[in-house]
Write a protein that binds this ligand. Structure first.
Ligand SMILES: *Cc1c(COP(=O)(O)O)cnc(C)c1O
Length: 459
């Protein structure tokens, strides 16, 4: 499969370039030149596979000549061997909805599902190329942990993780900062997540710097993450065997996870609606309901992994809305950068509404949902997953409704305690991090200082 950039579709890229670069040189996001659409028969032939075997079938067409099918097979099996569920994910029923638990990986968040695979893709790539790679990634809490777990201890690769100082939960921070491997560096930036993300973007754009350290990125715009996430939409769809329409409610920040659902639909999976569920940082909810894609200041909430005002992956949808017009997409993105907003025209909003619905949730609503679900079904949802569930309730749509549960509740003990008075504890394998020495450095929100820090560590 060949790839293009959303801002220049005349130049083709291989999967290897797409994976290693993350972002196109023109600033656009990579997307496939053409997406394979499955027929009903083809979908049927996939419907009884194990999660791992399904992942191999779904991912392989996307990676072209990066590796052979047999090599991919080994990597998929290895990537998911550390998960606590044989089939990677778990689907549980609560009332008339279903909860898709995606948090059974090593760092208790859905991001492990993509990140474990990426870690092994890097290892494979470096076994064929004598290079040293430095991954730099911004995190609102979960990406960093998942990336560190996937990269720690691997040869010829370092990882630098920027998190907003004092704005991730203590458990989220400790999962990252207690890792001892020498190729892992944690940086707390005096700023918010968008500041961290902007620093990483600026370091990428500084070609002299990024080339000099062979910088690579695993942020949610990395196409490899999207394809790994599409797998669980297919897997879940195949678990459901009745004729009602299927809707997914997706706790959303950077629009990566829900975009993977949209991609699955483009690939022929008969999904009805994707519900974009946001917290009070609801730029996407405002965009989808009244066409106002306009960044406001970030509010700190009890779902910190979604405290985002710039939804990076949204550009991929903007490209589709603009009928695959690269120049138009580039202009829209330029406008967003310069004026801080994009008013989506009516006809394009109508297009969005074919695939997406949206809702936002306040802090109090989130705590009430956690309490209500716990009372009724004896299930504890983390605040992010509760937003998915709450949005679904507010929208009140008929059908087979699936809520993506994106993190284990024990990652957010304060919110859980506040809602139901239960001190939710870490799984046994992770208990040790609470007493372990932490390693991270605090740096101001400044590109020169951050680059200097990274250069020094690499000497
Ligand atoms: C990252 C994250 C999200 C948001 O996913 P996006 O792909 O950024 O939309 C939701 N919940 C949790 C727990 C996360 O870590």
């Amino acid at each position: 499969m060949k790839y293009i950039s959303t801002r220049d579709n005349s130049k083709e890229y291989s999967f290897e370039e797409v994976f290693i670069k993350g972002l196109a040189d023109d600033g656009g996001l990579f997307i496939p030149k053409k997406i394979k659409k499955y027929t009903t028969e083809e979908l049927n032939s996939l419907s009884n596979l194990s999660y791992q075997d399904l992942a191999k079938k779904i991912i392989f067409p996307f990676i072209g000549d990066f590796m052979t099918e047999a090599e991919l097979s080994l990597i998929v099996d290895k990537s998911y061997s550390s998960f606590r569920k044989d089939n990677v994910v778990d689907l549980i029923k609560i009332g008339d909805a279903k909860i898709l638990e995606l948090f059974h990986g090593p760092t208790l968040a859905f991001k492990d599902i993509a990140m474990q695979l990426l870690g092994n893709f890097y290892e494979y790539y470096l076994s064929k190329n004598s290079k040293q790679i430095n991954i730099i990634v911004a995190t609102s809490g979960d990406t960093g942990a998942a990336a560190i777990d996937a990269i720690k201890g691997k040869e010829n690769i370092n990882i630098f993780v920027l998190h907003p100082h004092n704005k991730v939960s203590q458990v989220q921070r400790k999962i990252m900062s207690t890792v001892k491997e020498k190729n892992v560096f944690n940086i707390a930036i005096n700023g918010n997540f968008d500041d961290c993300q902007n620093l990483v973007k600026a370091m990428f754009a500084d070609k002299e710097f990024s080339n000099s350290i062979n910088m690579s990125g695993v942020n949610s715009i990395n196409w490899a993450r999207i394809i790994a996430q599409a797998v669980y939409y297919f897997y879940t769809y195949f678990q459901i065997r009745d004729d009602r329409l299927v809707n997914f409610s997706v706790p959303t920040g950077n629009f990566g996870d829900v975009y993977a659902g949209y991609l699955s639909k483009k690939m022929g999976l008969p999904i009805n609606k994707l519900i974009v569920a946001t917290n009070q940082n609801d730029i996407l909810h405002r965009a989808i309901t009244n066409g106002k894609y306009e960044a406001e200041t970030v509010i700190e909430t009890n779902s910190p992994s979604m405290d985002i005002q710039i939804a990076s992956n949204f550009e991929r949808l903007i490209y589709d809305l603009n009928d695959f017009n690269d120049v138009e997409t580039g202009n829209v993105m330029k406008k967003i950068k310069e004026e801080g907003k994009y008013i989506i025209p009516k006809d394009k909003l109508q297009k969005i509404s074919k695939d997406f619905l949206s809702e936002n949730m306040s802090e109090t609503e989130v705590l009430n949902i956690i309490k209500d679900v716990h009372n009724r079904y004896n299930v504890i949802l983390d605040p992010h997953s509760a937003i998915g569930f709450g949005a679904l309730k507010k929208i009140n749509i008929e059908g087979n409704n699936i809520v993506l549960a994106t993190a284990h509740p024990c990652k957010f003990p304060d919110a859980i305690d506040k809602s139901i008075g239960i001190k939710s504890s870490l799984p046994n394998e992770l208990q040790y991090i609470m007493n372990e020495k932490e390693n991270y450095d605090i740096i101001s929100n400044n590109i020169n200082e951050t680059q200097k820090y990274i250069k020094e560590k690499l000497q």
